[in-house]
Design a protein around this ligand. Structure first.
Ligand SMILES: CC(C)(COP(=O)(O)OP(=O)(O)OC[C@H]1O[C@@H](n2cnc3c(N)ncnc32)[C@H](O)[C@@H]1OP(=O)(O)O)[C@@H](O)C(=O)NCCC(=O)NCCS
Length: 170
C-alpha cells in the first residue's frame, strides 16, 4: 500500500459566523465548532485512506479564544500519523482578520479516525511519511497522544504504556 504525505490530506474549510451559530453573548457555541472540526478532519481522513472513516475519539479541546459573530473562521486539517487501522488528524482553527489579512490560531485538536471497508470492518490504512520539520514533530508526538487516549478509553493497560508509565513514575 502506497504511503502518503500530510499535504495530500490537507483540507481547508472556511465559515462565516452567523447569529444562529452563537450564544446570547454573540460568541460561537463550542458544539458548532466541534461539528465543523469533525467534518473537516473526516475529509482529511478520507483523503488519506481513500475509504469510509469514522471518528473513534476526540482529544481534549480547550476553547481559549472566543469567536464572535461576523468572524471568519478557517479550519485546516491534515493527517499527522497513521497506525494500523486508525490515523490521527490535527485540526487547527484560525480567526481570519480581514483588515490586515492575518490569521490568529484559536484552537488545536486531535481527532482519531478508523478506516472501514464496505462491510464496516476496520481495515489497514496507508502509512504517513512526514516531510517538513513541523510534520516530523507532530508525527513523533502522535505516539504519546495515542497512548494517553487509549489508556483513558480503557483500551491500553498502564503496564502496556511507555511514555505514560515513565511520566507517572517521575
Ligand atoms: C471506532 C471503532 C471502529 C473501533 O472499533 P473497535 O472494535 O472498538 O476497535 P479495535 O479495538 O478493533 O481497534 C480499531 C482501531 O481503533 C482504535 N481505537 C479504538 N478505540 C479508540 C479510541 N477510543 N481512541 C482512539 N483510537 C481508538 C484502535 O487503537 C485501533 O487502531 P489501530 O488498528 O491503528 O491500532 C468502533 O468503536 C466504532 O465503530 N465506533 C463508532 C464510530 C462512530 O460511529 N463515530 C461517530 C460518532 S457519533
Amino acid at each position: 500500500m502506497k504511503s502518503r504525505i500530510p499535504s495530500e490530506s490537507l483540507n481547508i474549510h472556511t465559515e462565516l459566523i452567523m447569529p444562529g451559530h452563537t450564544n446570547p453573548l454573540g460568541n460561537l457555541m463550542g458544539g458548532n465548532l466541534l461539528s465543523w472540526m469533525d467534518v473537516a478532519c473526516g475529509v482529511s481522513a478520507i483523503k488519506h485512506c481513500g475509504t469510509i472513516c469514522v471518528t473513534a475519539s476526540v482529544d481534549n479541546v480547550s476553547f481559549r479564544l472566543p469567536i464572535k459573530v461576523g468572524d471568519v473562521v478557517v479550519l485546516k486539517s491534515f493527517a499527522t500519523r497513521a497506525f494500523n487501522t486508525s490515523l490521527e488528524v490535527c485540526c487547527e482553527v484560525y480567526i481570519f482578520e480581514p483588515k490586515d489579512r492575518t490569521e490568529t490560531l484559536s484552537h488545536t485538536a486531535y481527532f482519531t479516525f478508523v478506516s472501514l471497508d464496505e462491510n464496516g470492518k476496520s481495515t489497514k490504512v496507508p502509512q504517513l511519511q512526514p516531510v517538513t520539520e513541523a510534520e516530523k514533530i507532530l508525527y513523533d508526538s502522535a505516539e504519546r497522544r495515542r497512548e494517553v487516549r487509549l489508556f483513558l478509553a480503557g483500551k491500553m493497560k498502564g503496564s502496556e504504556t511507555k511514555y505514560l508509565k515513565a511520566m507517572l513514575e517521575d
